[in-house]
Design a protein around this ligand. Sequence first.
Ligand SMILES: [Zn+2]
Length: 299
Amino acid sequence: MIELTRSGLVIPKINQVLKSAPVKIPKLCPSCSEALEWESDFLMCVNHDLCPAQVIGKMEYFFKILANNDGFGIATIEKLYEHGIRKISQIYALSASDLSDMGFGDKTSTNLVNQLKRSTNEQIEDWRFLAAFGVVRMGMGNCENLLKTYPLNEIFELNLEQISAIDGFAELTAQMIVTGLKIIQTEFNLLSRYRFNLEITSLQKNLEEFAHVLFGKKIVFTGKMQGSRDKMKKHAKSIGIKILTSVSAKTDYLVVGEKVGQKKIESAKKFGVKVLSEEDYQAMIERQMQKNSLQLSLN
Ligand SMILES: [Zn+2]
């Protein structure tokens, strides 16, 4: 019998043992019956790839961290496991008829497929997506810090020195991340084919260089741009600009292209929002880039 304190979501802290009792420490994994091993203070089943509890847990974890769809709770995942599903990429490849063959009702099968689509269409942060793979030491916080330093498409190339040079990443953590990334790379590439709608984390170095001009400013883009508006938005985001869809008192700039709706201009006037033409905006960024001699392409 122990006394413990727990606050918020923090792991409970044991204050004292009130009454001791002999503990029966298991020798075998209750899920796969492999021999357990101690890893410092943790008794581990190291049969990571084949242990049912771990395979199911990893799949459940993915959807839990994505947190943008429902339907893939433990009961569904267990049923999928019974029918040979072992990886998230296999789940995304399922059709409604595959699911009904596994014994899901027709309505449920359609719903599950729609949930999968929804999870790829709805925008989520790239660090959340990365964290969902459940690599040890790659929780949401560490993933966000990692992606503030290196873009998602570069992280699989990173070595131990590069990761341990990031603030807050000790060498042991860096080592575990390098190993963990190697393990998930194939699955990551398979899932990337489903084109998840990822919000790209702004790189810290870009943010710092742009910090004094447009960093953190709230901008609305409207009208037909000479370049692609999507590209403009993406680039703006990558340098720490916050994109809004409608003009309000909180907006800093309205950037207008051609054929702009009168309503947006009127709102800008009403709220005292500065209006920039596409050329003004580009010029502002280019001036800043020259100032910083920044090698960032607008495309
Ligand atoms: Zn096991």
